[in-house]
Design a protein around this ligand. Structure first.
Ligand SMILES: [Zn+2]
Length: 88
């Protein structure tokens, strides 16, 4: 059903949704490749993943409730600003 996503760039929102699986090594090969492809193009998400890892290091485990919707919205707003600055 979802086989038409060939070569479409993962969005920042998709990356945020997959970051937990990524740091736990639970992404399958195809999604891992797309995740890293996005990281190669998007320094904002690189910083996000690094901060996520740091949080886990400090807590010693994943945040109990992961990120709250408010925090996610804030991050996505930052992503939008960054992409807006990039386009055109
Ligand atoms: Zn991104």
């Amino acid at each position: 059903m979802r086989q038409r996503e060939v070569r479409r760039m993962m969005t920042c929102r998709e990356l945020v949704e997959l970051v937990t699986d990524y740091v736990e090594g639970r992404l399958d090969a195809e999604r891992l490749a797309r995740f890293e492809e996005h990281l190669a193009e998007c320094p904002v998400c690189v910083v996000y993943v690094e901060q996520f890892r740091q949080t886990i290091d400090e807590l010693g485990h994943l945040p109990p409730e992961s990120l709250s919707p408010a925090v996610t919205d804030e991050l996505l707003a930052a992503f939008r600003d960054w992409h807006a600055g990039q386009a055109n």
